[in-house]
Design a protein around this ligand. Structure first.
Ligand code: HEC
Ligand code: HEC
Ligand code: HEC
Length: 353
């Protein structure tokens, strides 16, 4: 018995050195071209599925039935996912078949996962596979929109996909330079529930500051940080001027009518603030004829977009341009009800200018 223990201990001591020696020898192939042995492949996928199943336990799934989640997510899928996974409108490019593992077509895979599991995969990525994590850590709202889109993917045809994702770059639709942007931001693709902001007629200074903030990682959105990939600071000024000069289609007033929120209470708060909670009047900075051009105009933006940005400011995740700390302070003590009321008030105002 005693002898056996001695052997066991010796083996435990020696094993790491043997492992290190094998690694040093270079005998283990790491080339992707040869693929995994099927047992390795089985083991890795077994581990991946188990890990995702455990990590997703207890995750609360928000409602995923808002149709407005789909254009934003589809546009991002086109820019950030289709080059590996393909889409209903294009097959996977040849180059990904040299990856190990090969990124799968997602339509057949999606039904094998729950929504919470898909969230886990898209939010955190999959280690050792090339599947990247979401670019902005605290944007669960964006990741859930992607889950809503993935759920629709099985059975989606190319025409429906194009309708959601917008025209592909290169298709004749507007200025070449802004094609990628217009697939999401085109005014005629927006409505009163859109999660994508309207840029037309916005202050050019604010638009430029925002683009630079995304580029430099000072404003956090996985969708926009992917969209500005490859853009230069000079392009930011040009794009900002272009969008600022576009006429607003203006979301139809009826479409902007707040549901359930108290726009009158929002107006009170916007114009007077609430000193006992250190909430300043929003109107000291926003929607002023002679205001600082770096401060954005809010009127005519949709309720869900405004409310989401206010929540991000309040929770400390929004970031932004050189003046964004002012806004973070202004939003610090807003309640959920304040946010809904303020969004309703500003969305319902006629767009100025
Ligand atoms: C650089 C290539 C690459 C990009 C970009 C990429 N993925 Fe992946 N993805 C992978 C690889 C590789 C796997 C792992 C496949 C496996 O299971 O072996 C994967 C796995 C997945 C899975 C799990 C599929 C399954 O059942 O195995 C989902 C869902 C997924 N990706 C969604 C996305 C979404 C959504 C995006 C865009 C936000 C995205 N991926 C971007 C390469 C990529
Ligand atoms: C895949 C869809 C998509 C594409 C493509 C896209 N955007 Fe965006 N854009 C969004 C979303 C969603 C937001 C809101 C992000 C956030 O929460 O910060 C946004 C926000 C912005 C903002 C901030 C607006 C504001 O009111 O604060 C600017 C500026 C902007 N985008 C410009 C661009 C430009 C320029 C391009 C092209 C280079 C572009 N976008 C491409 C979806 C997109
Ligand atoms: C002291 C000036 C100041 C005050 C007061 C202020 N804001 Fe702001 N607000 C800003 C600035 C500056 C930004 C732009 C931040 C950035 O992205 O760089 C901003 C951005 C915003 C945005 C995001 C717009 C977009 O397109 O993404 C919303 C929504 C907003 N403010 C609403 C409010 C509301 C509601 C109040 C009142 C509770 C308020 N603000 C009070 C300065 C202010």
């Amino acid at each position: 018995m005693f002898v056996r223990w001695k052997y066991l201990i010796a083996a435990a001591v020696v094993a790491p050195f043997v492992g290190l020696f094998v690694a040093w020898s270079g005998l283990i192939g790491i080339g992707a071209s040869s693929g995994h042995w099927s047992i390795t492949d089985w083991f890795l996928h077994y581990t991946m599925r188990s890990s995702i199943r455990t990590a997703a336990l207890g995750k609360t799934v928000p409602p995923l039935d808002s149709p407005e989640m789909l254009p934003m997510a589809a546009g991002h899928y086109e820019q950030g996912c289709a080059m590996c996974h393909g889409s209903p409108a294009r097959a996977r490019p040849a180059v990904v078949f040299g990856m190990l593992p090969v990124p799968p077509e997602l339509a057949p895979q999606v039904p094998t996962w729950t929504n919470a599991q898909l969230f886990q995969i898209v939010q955190h990525g999959v280690r050792f596979t090339g599947m990247p994590a979401w670019a902005a850590e605290h944007r669960e709202d964006e990741v859930w929109a992607m889950v809503a889109f993935l759920r629709q993917l099985p059975g989606m045809d190319a025409a429906r996909y194009r309708q959601l994702a917008g025209p592909a770059p290169g298709e004749p639709a507007g200025q070449a330079a802004v094609l990628g942007c217009q697939s999401c931001h085109a005014e005629d693709r927006l409505n009163g529930r859109s999660l994508i902001p309207s840029l037309a007629g916005q202050s050019p200074d604010y638009l430029r500051d925002s683009l630079v903030a995304y580029l430099e990682g000072e404003r956090h959105s996985g969708i926009m940080q992917t969209a500005v990939n490859g853009l230069k600071v000079d392009d930011a000024g040009r794009l900002a001027a272009y969008f600022a000069g576009l006429p607003r289609n203006g979301i139809a007033a009826a479409d902007r009518k707040p549901r359930g929120a108290d726009a009158a209470a929002g107006e009170q708060l916007a114009l007077r603030g609430r000193p006992e909670n250190q909430i300043p009047a929003c109107s000291t900075c926003h929607e002023k004829a002679d205001g600082n051009p770096a401060f954005p105009r809010l009127s005519g933006q949709s309720v869900p977009y405004l409310a989401q940005q206010l929540r991000l400011f309040r929770d400390g995740y929004r970031g932004g341009g050189p003046f964004s700390h002012l806004m973070t302070r202004a939003a610090d003590n807003l309640t959920d009800k304040d946010i809904e009321d303020l969004a309703a008030y500003y969305a319902g105002r006629e767009a100025v200018r």
